[in-house]
Design a protein around this ligand. Sequence first.
Ligand code: FAD
Length: 463
Amino acid sequence: MREDFLQSLQHELGSDVFFGADIPARFHNDWAGLEPVVPLALVRARSTEQVSATLRLCDRFRVPVVPQGGLTGLAGGARPIENGIALSLDRMNGIDEIDPVMATMTVQAGTPLSVIQAAAEEAGLFFGLDLGARDSCVIGGNLSTNAGGNRVIRFGMAREQVLGLEVVLPDGTIVRSLNKMLKNNAGYDLKQLFIGSEGTLGVITRAVLRLQAKPAALATAFCGCPDFPAMLELLKSARLRMGSALMSFEVMWPSFYDFMTGNLPDLRRAFSEPHGIYVLIEASGRHADENRAMLEQILSDTLEEGWVSNAILPSSERETRDLWAVRESVSEYGRLMGPQTAFDVGLPTSAAGQVVSEIEAAIKSRWPDAIALSYGHIGDSNLHLVCNIPSAGETQPHKEITELVFDAIRQAGGTISAEHGIGLQKKPYLKLSRTPEELALMERIKRAIDPNNILNTGKVLSN
Ligand code: FAD
């Protein structure tokens, strides 16, 4: 049976299928840091038809398939399954069309996010999705995880920036739904089933993305606030007074800011004195001067009100990059800390200050040498927390830390995943954020679309 399957795969895919030692090691894992797995075979598809042929065969022979994009996912969703196929979209890389009248871009699923951003800007437009992994992640992965990132406060999550999709179903059926219209209420909005379902319902092969007017100017401010409640006042003020000009509101607790600036010599501390909490604000506008003046006025008022203790408005691109570099240094904490337990949780914004204090204190009281770093897209109620216990070496108490954190999040009425998804790592805890009825409905949808359970088998849901 297995030999028949492998021969058929080879026959259909020719040199685009790889076996054993010919599978490059980077396809053995994603960035979640779980144990690598060598798949039965790797398919690097060049076309939707090849994706369809692969799925049709896998469905016939009941072989699990793991779709892979840029492999930057942090929940283990793209990690291969033993005795399954890894299906990489990395060769389906390219922009089919930019339509300046509709303000849309049609792209193949393996196109890196940074390439899409650059192409939109070259056309005088703008793609609103942005995240630290922009050079490595690809749009198929971004949509499958319903990625968030730095500009959600302005443009929403990935699902709000898509108008159409081309998807291949587990039985190989190609569903072309490359809608470009803003309004299309003809029946169910099928694309939303596939966005955020982490490759468990279909393989995304193309997308029609919604583009925005290119901001003529972006301005950044970096603030030190006395404490969390003061930072919330700054957030309220920025929201009310900046309206749609508010592009980012990123928060770093001293635990994160001090650790990163203390351990990475290239990062510069913005202030000589310490603060209770740090905020990066990004504003967009039609004119650079107006933009800066608006930020200056807000900062001057909030300084006077005591919500901000010190602020910097950089005057060069270099200074702006230096300020963002601290927030973007998240890709380095793995190297600095070693094995870690990382969280991407959502919770009511007003509760986040109290929850972070309680979690950091509880971790330190249980493991006195613990390093716990907190930061996040707080403007979107999204908190990231990373924890390492140096004395535990390679055997980190992941389960105990996870239970401690998720218990606090559950009590605060939050969610165990704000943007990274469930994948493998968060699967045992999905029930903390979903009701039994919601879970049962998810299982019914999965069974209806993938009755043989071949797509990303065992990820997200219980089967
Ligand atoms: P992969 O890791 O390859 O796959 C992710 C999931 O999607 C898997 O379940 C996979 O099976 C599925 N999948 C991939 N391609 C397809 C497809 N074509 N069809 C169907 N299913 C598919 N995430 C955020 O949301 N916000 C952030 O701010 C953010 N910052 C990050 C910063 C860093 C430094 C890093 C390393 C990661 C960050 N992430 C962030 C997480 C990650 O980058 C996102 O989840 C990203 O969207 C994953 O894209 P990818 O192409 O790497 O997908």
